[in-house]
Each structure stands twice: as structure tokens, then as C-alpha cells.
Design a protein around this ligand. Structure first.
Ligand SMILES: *Cc1c(COP(=O)(O)O)cnc(C)c1O
Length: 640
């Protein structure tokens, strides 16, 4: 591999966050592998070219189902090995939390692979449950129901059980238990052999997680029953003669748990609770440890919020070891461990590829060189001097001076003491000083934070053809980092420092935090745009939460989607799904195409009637307008 390619792999941290799935080929293009040791790969640039031939232009969401399978296998293998190593007597099964990504393609692929290990589903709403009920699952797998439930929800759960599924109603509130017991009573009175759902309880742990979702755990958490409430559930079950329905103890202390120590503590507390319930002669058998396994988005392997200080094997070891130790100590059998990991399984499989549409300049180049006249204001002269004499030794001091002079420049302008030309001259000189200061600062081993800010100010702003709100909402809402890299030209050194602006009319629609091994980068190294040539970026690891949390801001709809198989001869495009058209997006806010067309036609016809438009021109306008209803909501890439 060329030294430049090795360098770009390091610049973007591909080997740190890529989990072995991503790399760069000799052409300098981003590639995707089905697994770490797989020799087959797909060239993302080639995929985009192929899609273009089918009339699909960026932005496009690429789905690689094999990466979902890869993650399932990694997790299953990790637990299988830990179970063997620690001589654990129970087994491990997953239920996929549908809220992480309910797309049919994702659920179907997950079940296709997961069924081999009795992996099931987790639903948190009636709609998720409804879809889940119709999915083929292995006979041993579970269908776990979390979240607040009304009577209708619980009736659907009973329907699932009677259809043969292993449904678990996790009680979040005592009223849910009431409904459940009542329906069970009615049903068994009619049909004594009817298969009933199982009951689970979600325990509110004292232990908290870490990271952005710390609030999901601890005593003040939204979900879960206190010890007293759990005892009350058991008492009511005893009263109803239905303790045999209580099969599962559940906890979930949050998503993206960054710190393994916190996970261990929660595990200890939950295992102890489990053991105590067993000792009350309750035939409970599942311990559901929730989700929360983190994805190392920045590849730093730390407890930083976009990272994780453990891998799957370490996670599995800790879960198995802690549960075994506590159960042995309490002399109770080892439970079947249920895990609800969603982010970990689905994050890797999807990426959004889009083009850089343009550049937004901060510092205007190609203007005439500045000359200083005798009667220029003092402040302009001083900025000129700074620019001429700044060097590596004084750059910090001169940068500070320049900041002061700029303030002065604005004050004088506002007081009417200098002209517009003077102000313009001063601004150009100020930015020149900044550029030089930045150059000198970057030559130092240690670059202080004030120069990070300067670098951000000086950075090139690339206009990327996507909506942060639609495709990376967590970057906007939670400052969550996602790896972003060009899909080509990776055999050339990137020479620009850039931030990304999206195409929404929202000043929040920007990306100015990027993954870095030691810190968060304020700017991303990218290549200079070449006129007439497209420049494509991939935003990776967006397979968890982003698609379904993405919103309609500015009516940018769902992007095109392509499903890619990685085979011996590279990629195979298995499926293409068209993204939202103007009509689709408008329908979400209750605009009806026919009605819009009628109204527009009326407006134009009035103009024709008034003699302001010829009939021919008018009908051309109408035709054009009506055809645009099927246009893509995103920009057409330049040059196409
Ligand atoms: C959101 C959620 C999960 C999934 O969490 P991940 O961090 O995606 O693994 C699991 N269980 C429950 C109860 C949840 O609310």
C-alpha cells in the first residue's frame, strides 16, 4: 500500500472505528468488507457510478446487510466463548429492539441470521408489536414488550401468544399487570389450554450508566419498578395463583454505555435481585440485561461519549462472570441471558453517501493586493504592519493584537469615523493575519485551543447535499460524532480544512465536530474541489437510530436507498428504493398534489385571462410545475 494511502487511513481513523469493515483500495477508493478477514470487498465509488447509470444520484443511503450479519455473529460468538470459558450453565439470546431501526429490510435480515441463535424481537409500541407479530421467529426466541401499554397493546400481546409466540409483557406500571391478569382470567375460562404471554418486570436499579443516556438508569429513571412495587407484583401474582407467569427480570440503564465499570455494577445489582426472586419460589428463568452496548464511533476505545472502553468479548465476559458469581453465591440456577442490543448490531450496516455541491468562502481570494496610503486610518495601518511582520515567534501575540484591531475597526465604522473602503481593507488584512497565525501555530507541536477555534473560523465550508436533521439527527441533537470520509481520492493527501454545511435553511444544519483519536476535531481534512468533477463523502455508522429519528425539516425527505451485496466480483446492487419526491414530502404535511395542481392552474389561467401571459406560455408553466412533483427533494449534483 502506498505511503499516502496509509497516511489517509490514519488521518480519518478508518482502522480505529471501522471494526475491520472498511478500508481503502489501490485506486484510493473507500471499500467495504463483509467481515474483517474477508478478501471480498465492494468499492463505494463504483457503487455510486453504477447507481448513477440507473438514474440514482446522491444523496443515497447504502445498506450492507452483511455487516448486520457480521455484528450478530460477533456478539453471538463473544457470548458463546464467555459461556464456555466461565462454565456458565445458561444460554444467551438477543431480542432486537425494533425502535433502533424498524426498516423491514433490517428486521428481515436480522431475523434471517438471528434465528439460527434463537434471536427474537423487542417491541416498545403497538405499531412495532404489530409488525413483530407477523414476522417468522424461531420457536425458542422471545418477543419482549417494553414501554407503556394500554389494554389494546396487551390484547395484541395475548393474540401473539395464542399464535404461538413466546411473548413477554414487561410490566412498567401496576395497571398493566391488572389488565394482563384480567385478560388471562377471561381467556383461560374459555379455553383452558390457551397459550398465555409471560410476564416480566423491569427493575429500577440504583446503578446508573454513563454517557449521554445516564438518566435512563438510577432511582429517578422514567422506567422500572422499585423494590416495593416488584414485591407488590409478586404478591398480586400469588393472590391470582399465577406466579408461574413471571418469567423475566429486565433492566436497561441507557444507550451507548461508555464505561464497562458502570455496566458491571448494574449487572451485580440486577443479578442479586434475580436470585432473591428465585428464592421466593418464583419460576423466573430469564435475566434481560437490556441494550446499551456502545459503538466506538471515534475509535478511541475510551469512556468518551462517542466511544466505549470495552469490546464485545470484554462485555460478554463481564456479564457472564458477574451473573455466574452472584447466582453461585446465592445458590440459584444460572438464568438464560437476554440482551437487547440494537445500536451495536445495526450501526455499521448503513452509510449515507452524498456529494459536495459547492464551497462557501470565508476569506475571499482573488482580490487586488492591498496597498497602504498615507491617509489610511491608523487601525488599518497597524493591521497592515501585523501582516507584514508576523512570524513563528510572535504569531500568538500578533493574533491577539489583530483581534483587538478588528474590534476597533468595527467601533470606528459604527461611529462613522472610517469609510466602507477602510473597513473592507481592514477586514482583508485581519483575515490575512489569521491565516498566517494559523500556519505558524500548526507548526508547533502543541496547538493551543484558541488556534483550534481560529482554524474553524478559517476553515473552508463545504456545502454537502444532505440534511443533518434527516440523516444524522444525533449529530445535531446530541453532538454525537459519526465518521465522515471521502469515498475517493484517498490516494491523495487532503489539503483543505473544512466544516460541512447541509442544504437546510437552518444555521444548525452544520457539521463541525469530527472524530479524532485523542480529541474532537473542529475541522475535517478534505480535498480541494476540482471544477467539473464530483466530490463524494460518506457518513458512516448511521444504521442505528438515525434513519428513524431523522425528520422532515425543510421537507427534505428520505434519501434514495440501495441494498448492496459484497461478493467475489465486488458489489451487487440487490435493490434500489427511490427516495421521497416533492409530492411525497408535501403529503407528510397534508398537501395534496391534485389540489396544488388545480390551484396553480387557476392562478396561471387568471394571468392568461388578464392578457399577461400567452396561452402557450401559460400551459408550459403548468406542465413544468406539474412534472416537478416527482423531483427528488435534494439538489441535483452540479454538472448533471
Ligand atoms: C432503546 C432500548 C434498547 C436499545 O438500546 P441500544 O443502546 O440501542 O442497545 C434496549 N432496551 C430498551 C428497553 C430500550 O429502551
Amino acid at each position: 500500500m502506498s505511503a499516502v494511502i496509509e497516511q489517509t487511513i490514519e488521518t480519518y481513523g478508518i482502522d480505529n472505528w471501522g471494526a475491520g469493515y472498511f478500508g481503502v483500495n489501490r485506486k484510493g477508493n473507500l471499500i467495504v468488507r463483509a467481515s474483517e478477514n474477508d478478501n471480498n470487498s465492494a468499492d463505494v465509488r463504483e457503487i455510486i457510478e453504477d447507481l448513477k447509470k440507473r438514474g440514482i444520484s446522491p444523496p443515497v443511503l447504502l445498506r450492507f446487510p452483511q455487516l448486520l450479519v457480521g455484528q450478530i455473529r460477533k456478539l453471538q460468538t463473544a457470548f458463546r466463548k464467555s459461556i464456555k470459558e466461565f462454565e456458565y450453565n445458561g444460554s444467551h439470546m438477543c431480542v432486537f429492539p425494533m425502535k433502533v431501526n424498524q426498516n423491514r429490510a433490517v428486521i428481515e435480515e436480522y431475523l434471517r441470521e438471528g434465528t439460527r441463535y434463537h434471536f427474537g424481537l423487542e417491541a416498545g409500541s403497538k405499531a412495532e408489536l404489530y409488525a413483530g407479530l407477523a414476522m417468522e421467529q424461531s420457536g425458542e426466541s422471545l418477543l419482549v414488550l417494553n414501554g407503556f401499554k394500554d389494554k389494546e397493546f396487551i390484547e395484541l400481546a395475548f393474540t401473539g401468544a395464542q399464535a404461538g409466540k413466546n411473548v413477554v409483557i414487561v410490566i412498567e406500571k401496576l395497571s398493566e399487570l391488572e389488565h394482563t391478569l384480567k385478560i388471562a382470567e377471561q381467556l383461560t375460562a374459555e379455553k383452558s389450554q390457551a397459550k398465555l404471554p409471560m410476564i416480566g418486570v423491569r427493575v429500577k436499579l440504583y446503578s446508573k450508566g454513563s454517557g449521554k443516556w445516564e438518566k435512563s438508569g438510577g432511582e429517578a429513571a422514567k422506567f422500572g419498578l422499585t423494590t416495593t412495587e416488584i414485591l407488590e407484583v409478586i404478591r398480586r401474582l400469588q393472590e391470582a395463583g399465577r406466579t408461574d407467569m413471571l418469567k423475566l427480570l429486565h433492566f436497561h440503564i441507557g444507550s451507548q454505555l461508555t464505561d464497562i465499570k458502570r455496566i458491571k455494577n448494574a449487572m451485580k445489582e440486577a443479578a442479586r435481585t434475580y436470585a432473591k426472586i428465585v428464592k421466593m419460589q418464583i419460576p423466573i428463568q430469564f435475566l434481560d440485561v437490556g441494550g446499551g452496548m456502545a459503538v466506538d464511533y471515534d475509535g478511541s476505545r475510551t469512556s468518551f461519549e462517542s466511544s466505549a472502553n470495552y469490546n464485545a468479548r470484554e462485555f460478554a465476559n463481564d456479564v457472564i462472570y458477574v451473573i455466574k458469581t452472584v447466582c453461585d453465591d446465592e445458590n440459584v440456577p444460572h438464568p438464560t441471558i437476554i440482551q437487547e442490543s440494537g445500536r451495536y448490531l445495526s450501526a455499521y450496516h448503513a452509510m449515507l453517501v452524498t456529494n459536495v455541491q459547492d464551497e462557501i468562502e470565508t476569506v475571499v481570494e482573488d482580490i487586488a493586493p492591498i496597498t497602504i496610503e498615507i491617509d489610511d486610518p491608523q487601525v488599518v495601518k497597524e493591521l497592515y504592519d501585523l501582516r507584514e511582520t508576523i512570524n513563528v515567534k510572535n504569531h500568538r501575540e500578533y493574533y491577539h493584537d489583530a483581534l483587538e484591531h478588528r474590534e476597533e475597526l468595527f467601533t470606528m465604522f459604527n461611529l462613522g469615523l472610517i469609510t466602507l473602503e477602510d473597513k473592507g481593507k481592514g477586514e482583508v488584512l485581519f483575515w490575512d493575519v489569521c491565516e498566517k497565525a494559523d500556519e505558524y501555530a500548526q507548526q508547533k507541536k502543541y496547538v493551543s485551543e484558541e488556534f483550534d477555534e481560529l482554524r474553524r473560523l478559517l476553515s473552508t465550508k463545504y456545502l454537502a447535499n444532505f440534511s443533518v436533521f434527516r440523516s444524522m439527527p444525533d449529530n445535531w441533537a446530541l453532538e454525537q460524532l459519526f465518521p465522515i470520509i471521502p469515498i475517493h481520492r484517498l490516494n491523495k493527501k487532503p489539503t483543505e480544512y473544512a466544516t460541512l454545511c447541509d442544504i437546510t435553511c437552518d444555521s444548525d444544519g452544520i457539521v463541525e465536530k469530527f472524530v479524532d483519536l485523542h480529541d474532537v476535531k473542529p475541522v475535517l481534512e478534505l480535498h480541494k474541489l476540482i471544477a467539473g468533477e464530483p466530490y463524494y463523502l460518506a457518513m458512516l455508522l448511521v444504521g442505528a437510530y438515525q434513519e428513524v429519528m431523522g425528520n422532515n425539516h425543510n421537507l427534505f425527505g428520505v434519501p434514495h436507498e440501495a441494498h448492496i451485496h459484497i461478493g467475489e466480483d465486488g458489489h451487487i446492487i440487490k435493490k434500489v428504493i427511490q427516495g421521497a419526491t416533492l409530492g411525497d414530502s408535501l403529503a407528510t404535511v397534508r398537501f395534496d398534489a391534485t389540489q396544488l395542481h388545480d390551484q396553480f392552474r387557476k392562478i396561471v389561467q387568471q394571468r392568461i385571462k388578464d392578457g399577461d401571459l400567452s396561452s402557450k406560455d401559460g400551459h408550459q408553466l403548468i406542465e413544468f410545475y406539474e412534472n416537478q412533483i416527482d423531483a427528488y427533494t435534494y439538489l441535483s449534483p452540479n454538472g448533471s
